[in-house]
Design a protein around this ligand. Structure first.
Ligand code: NI
Length: 223
């Protein structure tokens, strides 16, 4: 399941955070790539222990904590501290699957990557190319979102970033371990949650369906 979450951060925040990111030191993005993906990865990143990465990452995590769609779609258990990348001058990232386990350099925190997240910090008209293309059983999905918006997709998916042929594509990327490991189960819970929102609050149907939601979650959750 691929979920788009609009306006995770406000346009004002995008401007402020983007200025901090642009002023940081960027290094070769292969520092966080596995042996295989290092072969096809061309971009720049801010080192994960860099103060700007930690400061902006914390603001993103706070915004996500307040976002009902994110909480409902991801059911996050542990979120990896956000990282930042930039593609320019034809840079691209070929088809790959993200590593199953991530250990954060500074905190030593280890997570299983259930969901991959990309939060865009460039407006689509600032650059050409740079689409995130995610493959699933229903075909390929091309994603290019407004600055401040985010996409969540299963970390099991093959994906790539098309070459950026004009301008620069700056984004935050990170992973999370969900309380519900199965993408299918998570998708069902999100459907049920969406149906509850359509019902009148406190109605018999809403109460009953909320019970179903929690009883499904109880069966599937792991913490
Ligand atoms: Ni990836």
């Amino acid at each position: 399941m691929l979920v788009t979450i609009p306006a995770v951060v406000t346009p004002d925040q995008v401007r402020q955070l983007r200025a901090k990111l642009d002023a940081a030191e960027w290094v070769d993005g292969r520092v966080t790539a596995g042996h295989q993906s290092a072969l096809t990865k061309q971009n720049s990143q801010i080192p994960e222990t860099h103060p700007v990465a930690r400061e902006v990452g914390e603001i993103i995590l706070q915004a996500l904590g307040r976002n009902p769609l994110f909480r409902s779609a991801a059911l996050p258990l542990r979120v990896f501290p956000p990282l930042f990348n930039r593609y320019a001058g034809g840079q691209t990232f070929g088809t790959h699957v993200d590593n199953a386990i991530r250990t954060h350099a500074a905190t030593g925190q280890r997570i299983r990557t259930d969901l991959s997240c990309t939060l865009f910090f460039s407006e689509p008209d600032e650059y050409d190319g740079g689409e995130l293309v995610v493959e699933d059983t229903y075909g390929s999905h091309s994603v290019k979102l407004p600055a401040g918006s985010m996409v969540l997709y299963p970390s099991t998916s093959l994906h790539h970033v098309t070459p950026v042929t004009r301008g620069a594509r700056v984004s935050s990327f990170f992973w999370l371990q969900s309380m519900v490991r199965s993408d299918e189960q998570r998708a069902l819970l999100l459907e049920v949650d969406g149906a509850i929102q359509m019902l009148e609050l406190g109605s018999a149907a809403a109460v009953k369906l909320t019970g179903v939601y929690h009883n499904l979650l109880r069966q599937w959750v792991e913490m």
